[in-house]
Design a protein around this ligand. Structure first.
Ligand code: SAM
Length: 279
Protein backbone atom coordinates (compact mmCIF):
# COMPACT_ATOMS: atom_id res chain seq x y z
CA UNK A 1 0.00 0.00 0.00
CA UNK A 2 1.22 3.54 -0.84
CA UNK A 3 2.25 5.43 2.30
CA UNK A 4 0.51 8.78 2.80
CA UNK A 5 2.89 11.74 2.57
CA UNK A 6 3.43 13.06 6.11
CA UNK A 7 4.48 16.52 4.85
CA UNK A 8 0.88 17.63 4.57
CA UNK A 9 -1.28 19.68 6.92
CA UNK A 10 -4.22 17.23 7.12
CA UNK A 11 -2.02 14.14 7.48
CA UNK A 12 0.11 15.79 10.18
CA UNK A 13 -2.95 16.98 12.12
CA UNK A 14 -4.47 13.51 11.80
CA UNK A 15 -1.28 11.88 13.18
CA UNK A 16 -1.11 14.40 16.02
CA UNK A 17 -4.77 13.84 16.94
CA UNK A 18 -4.53 10.03 16.74
CA UNK A 19 -1.59 10.00 19.14
CA UNK A 20 -2.92 12.90 21.25
CA UNK A 21 0.42 14.59 20.60
CA UNK A 22 1.11 18.02 22.01
CA UNK A 23 4.26 19.51 20.53
CA UNK A 24 7.01 20.54 22.96
CA UNK A 25 8.13 24.09 22.42
CA UNK A 26 11.22 23.63 24.58
CA UNK A 27 12.44 20.92 22.17
CA UNK A 28 11.85 23.13 19.15
CA UNK A 29 9.13 20.89 17.75
CA UNK A 30 7.83 22.57 14.60
CA UNK A 31 6.82 19.99 12.01
CA UNK A 32 7.03 20.68 8.29
CA UNK A 33 3.75 20.38 6.43
CA UNK A 34 4.81 21.40 2.92
CA UNK A 35 5.67 18.51 0.62
CA UNK A 36 7.52 20.64 -1.90
CA UNK A 37 9.82 22.11 0.75
CA UNK A 38 10.53 18.69 2.22
CA UNK A 39 11.36 17.32 -1.24
CA UNK A 40 13.59 20.32 -1.97
CA UNK A 41 15.53 19.69 1.25
CA UNK A 42 16.01 16.02 0.38
CA UNK A 43 17.05 16.99 -3.16
CA UNK A 44 19.63 19.48 -1.85
CA UNK A 45 21.31 16.54 -0.09
CA UNK A 46 21.80 14.78 -3.47
CA UNK A 47 21.25 11.36 -1.93
CA UNK A 48 21.74 8.04 -3.68
CA UNK A 49 21.02 4.52 -2.38
CA UNK A 50 24.76 4.25 -1.60
CA UNK A 51 24.62 7.17 0.85
CA UNK A 52 24.20 7.17 4.59
CA UNK A 53 22.38 10.16 6.03
CA UNK A 54 22.18 11.32 9.62
CA UNK A 55 18.96 13.14 10.42
CA UNK A 56 18.79 15.19 13.62
CA UNK A 57 15.30 15.31 15.13
CA UNK A 58 12.95 13.28 12.91
CA UNK A 59 9.89 14.50 14.87
CA UNK A 60 6.96 12.51 13.44
CA UNK A 61 9.02 11.34 10.45
CA UNK A 62 8.17 14.06 7.93
CA UNK A 63 11.61 14.66 6.44
CA UNK A 64 12.74 11.13 7.32
CA UNK A 65 10.15 9.79 4.89
CA UNK A 66 11.49 11.89 2.00
CA UNK A 67 15.06 10.87 2.84
CA UNK A 68 14.07 7.20 3.04
CA UNK A 69 12.36 7.41 -0.36
CA UNK A 70 15.76 8.14 -1.96
CA UNK A 71 16.93 4.66 -0.94
CA UNK A 72 19.75 6.04 1.23
CA UNK A 73 20.36 4.53 4.66
CA UNK A 74 18.82 6.92 7.19
CA UNK A 75 19.93 7.12 10.81
CA UNK A 76 17.57 9.47 12.62
CA UNK A 77 18.34 10.68 16.14
CA UNK A 78 15.39 11.90 18.20
CA UNK A 79 15.64 13.04 21.82
CA UNK A 80 11.90 12.82 22.60
CA UNK A 81 10.99 9.29 23.64
CA UNK A 82 7.30 10.21 23.32
CA UNK A 83 7.67 10.38 19.54
CA UNK A 84 8.95 6.81 19.18
CA UNK A 85 5.54 5.08 18.89
CA UNK A 86 4.56 7.64 16.25
CA UNK A 87 7.75 7.09 14.23
CA UNK A 88 7.19 3.36 14.52
CA UNK A 89 3.85 3.80 12.80
CA UNK A 90 4.61 6.56 10.27
CA UNK A 91 7.86 4.97 9.05
CA UNK A 92 6.61 1.39 9.17
CA UNK A 93 7.87 -0.49 6.12
CA UNK A 94 10.95 1.65 5.49
CA UNK A 95 13.65 -0.95 6.07
CA UNK A 96 16.41 1.61 5.43
CA UNK A 97 15.55 3.75 8.49
CA UNK A 98 17.07 3.36 11.93
CA UNK A 99 15.79 5.50 14.80
CA UNK A 100 18.04 6.23 17.76
CA UNK A 101 16.44 7.71 20.87
CA UNK A 102 19.23 10.01 22.11
CA UNK A 103 20.29 13.60 22.53
CA UNK A 104 22.42 14.29 19.44
CA UNK A 105 24.89 16.17 21.65
CA UNK A 106 25.45 13.04 23.76
CA UNK A 107 25.49 10.42 21.02
CA UNK A 108 28.72 8.67 20.04
CA UNK A 109 28.25 9.38 16.34
CA UNK A 110 31.36 7.49 15.22
CA UNK A 111 29.98 4.38 16.83
CA UNK A 112 26.45 4.90 15.53
CA UNK A 113 27.41 5.70 11.92
CA UNK A 114 30.65 3.75 11.48
CA UNK A 115 33.70 4.76 9.47
CA UNK A 116 32.04 5.54 6.14
CA UNK A 117 31.44 9.16 5.11
CA UNK A 118 27.89 10.43 5.48
CA UNK A 119 25.63 13.44 4.97
CA UNK A 120 23.64 15.33 7.57
CA UNK A 121 20.13 16.58 6.87
CA UNK A 122 18.00 18.28 9.49
CA UNK A 123 15.21 20.66 10.21
CA UNK A 124 17.05 21.70 13.36
CA UNK A 125 15.49 22.54 16.72
CA UNK A 126 16.17 26.29 16.86
CA UNK A 127 17.05 26.43 20.56
CA UNK A 128 20.32 24.57 19.90
CA UNK A 129 21.05 25.16 16.21
CA UNK A 130 24.66 26.30 16.51
CA UNK A 131 25.70 23.90 19.31
CA UNK A 132 24.50 20.99 17.13
CA UNK A 133 26.24 22.22 13.97
CA UNK A 134 29.54 22.96 15.70
CA UNK A 135 29.48 19.78 17.74
CA UNK A 136 29.22 17.86 14.43
CA UNK A 137 31.93 19.91 12.72
CA UNK A 138 34.39 19.98 15.61
CA UNK A 139 34.31 16.21 16.00
CA UNK A 140 35.96 15.99 12.56
CA UNK A 141 33.50 13.34 11.44
CA UNK A 142 33.59 12.19 7.81
CA UNK A 143 30.66 14.47 6.86
CA UNK A 144 30.37 15.28 3.15
CA UNK A 145 27.73 17.96 3.45
CA UNK A 146 25.15 19.34 5.83
CA UNK A 147 21.75 20.45 4.66
CA UNK A 148 20.14 22.30 7.52
CA UNK A 149 17.01 24.29 8.10
CA UNK A 150 17.74 27.13 10.50
CA UNK A 151 16.29 30.53 11.34
CA UNK A 152 16.69 32.83 8.36
CA UNK A 153 18.66 35.28 10.47
CA UNK A 154 21.12 32.52 11.43
CA UNK A 155 21.39 31.39 7.78
CA UNK A 156 22.28 34.94 6.80
CA UNK A 157 24.98 35.13 9.44
CA UNK A 158 26.43 31.75 8.41
CA UNK A 159 26.77 32.84 4.78
CA UNK A 160 27.71 36.51 5.28
CA UNK A 161 30.78 38.00 3.63
CA UNK A 162 33.25 40.44 5.28
CA UNK A 163 31.99 43.99 5.56
CA UNK A 164 28.31 43.03 5.68
CA UNK A 165 26.06 43.82 8.64
CA UNK A 166 25.56 40.16 9.54
CA UNK A 167 29.21 39.07 9.28
CA UNK A 168 30.57 37.83 12.60
CA UNK A 169 32.20 34.98 14.50
CA UNK A 170 29.52 32.54 13.26
CA UNK A 171 30.29 33.42 9.62
CA UNK A 172 34.03 32.93 10.10
CA UNK A 173 33.62 29.63 11.95
CA UNK A 174 31.08 28.19 9.48
CA UNK A 175 33.23 29.21 6.52
CA UNK A 176 36.34 27.78 8.15
CA UNK A 177 34.77 24.30 8.19
CA UNK A 178 32.42 24.49 5.20
CA UNK A 179 31.33 26.36 2.08
CA UNK A 180 27.79 27.39 3.08
CA UNK A 181 25.11 28.55 0.63
CA UNK A 182 21.63 29.76 1.53
CA UNK A 183 19.50 27.86 -0.99
CA UNK A 184 15.96 28.95 -0.17
CA UNK A 185 13.85 30.58 2.50
CA UNK A 186 10.84 28.97 4.15
CA UNK A 187 7.81 30.85 5.51
CA UNK A 188 6.51 30.22 9.03
CA UNK A 189 3.26 28.74 7.70
CA UNK A 190 5.14 25.74 6.28
CA UNK A 191 5.24 24.35 9.85
CA UNK A 192 2.81 23.16 12.51
CA UNK A 193 2.95 24.92 14.89
CA UNK A 194 4.28 28.00 13.06
CA UNK A 195 7.49 29.36 14.56
CA UNK A 196 7.58 33.13 15.03
CA UNK A 197 10.51 33.56 12.64
CA UNK A 198 11.21 32.92 8.99
CA UNK A 199 13.48 29.99 8.18
CA UNK A 200 16.03 29.11 5.52
CA UNK A 201 17.80 26.04 4.21
CA UNK A 202 21.58 26.15 4.04
CA UNK A 203 23.73 23.67 2.14
CA UNK A 204 27.19 23.44 3.70
CA UNK A 205 29.75 21.49 1.72
CA UNK A 206 32.45 20.47 4.14
CA UNK A 207 35.99 21.39 3.21
CA UNK A 208 38.63 18.69 2.86
CA UNK A 209 41.14 21.27 4.06
CA UNK A 210 40.47 24.53 5.95
CA UNK A 211 40.93 27.73 3.91
CA UNK A 212 43.79 28.82 6.20
CA UNK A 213 46.59 26.81 7.75
CA UNK A 214 46.40 27.72 11.44
CA UNK A 215 46.47 26.48 15.00
CA UNK A 216 42.70 26.18 15.46
CA UNK A 217 42.68 27.12 19.12
CA UNK A 218 44.59 30.35 18.45
CA UNK A 219 42.51 31.10 15.33
CA UNK A 220 39.20 30.83 17.17
CA UNK A 221 40.51 32.84 20.17
CA UNK A 222 41.48 35.63 17.75
CA UNK A 223 38.07 35.53 16.07
CA UNK A 224 36.31 35.59 19.43
CA UNK A 225 38.37 38.57 20.62
CA UNK A 226 37.93 40.49 17.35
CA UNK A 227 34.14 40.24 17.64
CA UNK A 228 33.98 40.53 21.44
CA UNK A 229 33.07 44.19 21.16
CA UNK A 230 31.02 45.01 18.08
CA UNK A 231 32.01 48.03 16.03
CA UNK A 232 35.26 48.58 17.95
CA UNK A 233 38.63 49.00 16.27
CA UNK A 234 40.92 45.99 16.33
CA UNK A 235 43.45 47.89 18.52
CA UNK A 236 40.79 47.83 21.25
CA UNK A 237 38.97 44.57 20.59
CA UNK A 238 42.05 42.35 20.36
CA UNK A 239 43.12 43.29 23.91
CA UNK A 240 40.35 40.90 24.97
CA UNK A 241 42.58 37.99 24.05
CA UNK A 242 44.39 38.93 27.27
CA UNK A 243 47.31 41.16 26.18
CA UNK A 244 48.26 44.84 26.57
CA UNK A 245 47.53 47.63 24.08
CA UNK A 246 51.23 47.81 23.16
CA UNK A 247 51.35 44.09 22.48
CA UNK A 248 48.27 44.40 20.24
CA UNK A 249 49.87 47.25 18.26
CA UNK A 250 53.07 45.25 17.70
CA UNK A 251 51.03 42.17 16.73
CA UNK A 252 48.92 44.10 14.18
CA UNK A 253 52.14 45.41 12.66
CA UNK A 254 53.56 41.91 12.35
CA UNK A 255 50.33 40.82 10.65
CA UNK A 256 50.34 43.94 8.46
CA UNK A 257 46.75 44.81 9.38
CA UNK A 258 45.52 48.33 10.09
CA UNK A 259 44.45 48.55 13.75
CA UNK A 260 41.72 51.05 12.89
CA UNK A 261 39.81 48.35 11.06
CA UNK A 262 37.01 46.42 12.73
CA UNK A 263 36.69 42.64 13.04
CA UNK A 264 33.62 42.83 10.81
CA UNK A 265 35.84 43.67 7.82
CA UNK A 266 38.48 40.93 8.13
CA UNK A 267 38.61 38.05 5.69
CA UNK A 268 39.31 34.44 6.61
CA UNK A 269 42.85 34.92 5.28
CA UNK A 270 43.43 38.01 7.46
CA UNK A 271 42.19 36.19 10.57
CA UNK A 272 44.61 33.44 9.59
CA UNK A 273 47.45 35.95 9.40
CA UNK A 274 46.58 37.31 12.83
CA UNK A 275 46.52 33.78 14.27
CA UNK A 276 49.87 32.92 12.73
CA UNK A 277 51.61 36.07 14.01
CA UNK A 278 50.19 35.91 17.56
CA UNK A 279 52.86 35.53 20.21
N1 SAM B 1 12.17 16.60 11.22
C1 SAM B 1 10.85 17.02 11.65
C2 SAM B 1 10.25 17.93 10.59
O1 SAM B 1 11.00 18.44 9.77
O2 SAM B 1 9.04 18.16 10.63
C3 SAM B 1 10.89 17.71 13.02
C4 SAM B 1 11.82 18.88 13.14
S1 SAM B 1 11.65 19.79 14.65
C5 SAM B 1 12.07 21.42 14.10
C6 SAM B 1 13.11 19.38 15.60
C7 SAM B 1 13.14 17.96 16.19
O3 SAM B 1 14.37 17.79 16.91
C8 SAM B 1 12.03 17.67 17.18
O4 SAM B 1 11.45 16.42 16.87
C9 SAM B 1 12.74 17.59 18.55
O5 SAM B 1 12.13 16.72 19.48
C10 SAM B 1 14.13 17.11 18.12
N2 SAM B 1 15.22 17.47 19.06
C11 SAM B 1 15.31 18.56 19.86
N3 SAM B 1 16.47 18.56 20.54
C12 SAM B 1 17.15 17.44 20.15
C13 SAM B 1 18.40 16.87 20.52
N4 SAM B 1 19.20 17.46 21.41
N5 SAM B 1 18.77 15.70 19.96
C14 SAM B 1 17.95 15.08 19.05
N6 SAM B 1 16.76 15.58 18.67
C15 SAM B 1 16.34 16.74 19.22
Amino acid sequence: MEKPIIANKEVTLHIMRSFKLRTKKKLGQNFLVDEEIVNNIAEAAELTPEDTVLEVGPGIGTLTQALAETGAKVVAVEIDRGLLPILDKTLHGYENVEIINQDILQLDIKQALGEKSFKVVANLPYYITTPIIFSLLEQKLPIERLVVMVQKEVAERMTAVPGGKTYGALSVAMQYYTEPTLVFTVPANAFIPSPNVESAVVVCKTRTKPPVDVDEEVFFSVVKAAFSVRRKMLTNALKNIGISGEAVTAWLERANIDGKRRGETLSQEEFGRLANTFK
